[in-house]
Ligand binder design. Structure first.
Ligand SMILES: [Mg+2]
Length: 232
């Protein structure tokens, strides 16, 4: 028998808010503003690719608690520029500050985001569980007009642990007043959202727009958010 869900928990980045598109648009602006071509980075695409690799590595380290938020922010653009033999800590920290302040104001969301949230909000209580920083995630939700759909917006910074740590999920359930059997977690990351939720007994929806192959057993899998209507 299908479960009677009452609470739906959404991941934010790469699930509703189109992080890659928003990030790329911001980085392209910064590439121009700081004349990075004149400093020796031939093409924006090279800068983007290198930044993404460096940033992903550092986020992994942050999740494993090997580095702090301050270290992540102080180093990711410095290390990116260094790969192009630009050794310029002041420029790196200026770019980082600009990136942090500008990108959350971008408003690209995945197809059907607003439509599906309006549909679901009529039937369920909706919440966010995100591994981002509180002030940044709040600006994203506000400016993309997502915020009003969600009752509780739980960030890892608030709870002191990141997904997939069970504590962030149990904290979210407690805050929402939800039993785990009434809850559903929707996210794009198998290790973080799907397995994290599964480990505390919450059903999961794996949002997999690129149809990445995997062998993880998930409750539901979708390629487009509108498919949620098929079972919710
Ligand atoms: Mg995500």
């Amino acid at each position: 028998m299908p479960k009677a869900y009452k609470h739906i928990f959404f991941d934010l980045d790469h699930t509703l808010w189109d992080f890659d598109k928003n990030s790329e648009e911001t980085l392209e602006e910064l590439f121009e503003v700081y004349s990075l071509k004149e400093l020796g980075i031939e093409a924006f695409e090279d800068f983007l690719k290198t930044y993404r690799r460096v940033n992903d590595q550092m986020w992994d380290q942050y999740r494993k608690k090997e580095i702090t938020k301050a270290e992540l922010r102080a180093t990711r653009f410095y290390n990116t520029l260094l790969e192009f033999e630009i050794d310029h800590p002041e420029l790196a920290s200026t770019i980082d500050a600009d990136y942090i302040s500008k990108s959350p104001y971008k408003t690209h969301v995945f197809p059907h985001t607003h439509e599906i949230l309006e549909y679901l909000a009529e039937k369920y209580e909706l919440h966010i569980i995100t591994n981002g920083f509180s002030e940044v995630q709040d600006i994203k939700m506000e400016h993309s007009k997502l915020k009003s759909h969600f009752k509780h917006k739980i960030t890892s910074e608030m709870v002191g642990v990141t997904k997939p740590d069970p504590k962030i999920f149990t904290h979210a359930l407690r805050l929402a007043g939800s039993h785990r059997n009434e809850a559903l977690m929707i996210g794009d990351n198998l290790a973080v959202d799907v397995i994290g939720a599964r480990n505390v007994g919450i059903d999961q929806v794996y949002f997999n727009p690129d149809r990445k192959p995997h062998e993880v057993k998930v409750t539901h899998e979708i390629q487009n958010l509108i498919e949620l209507k098929n079972f919710l």
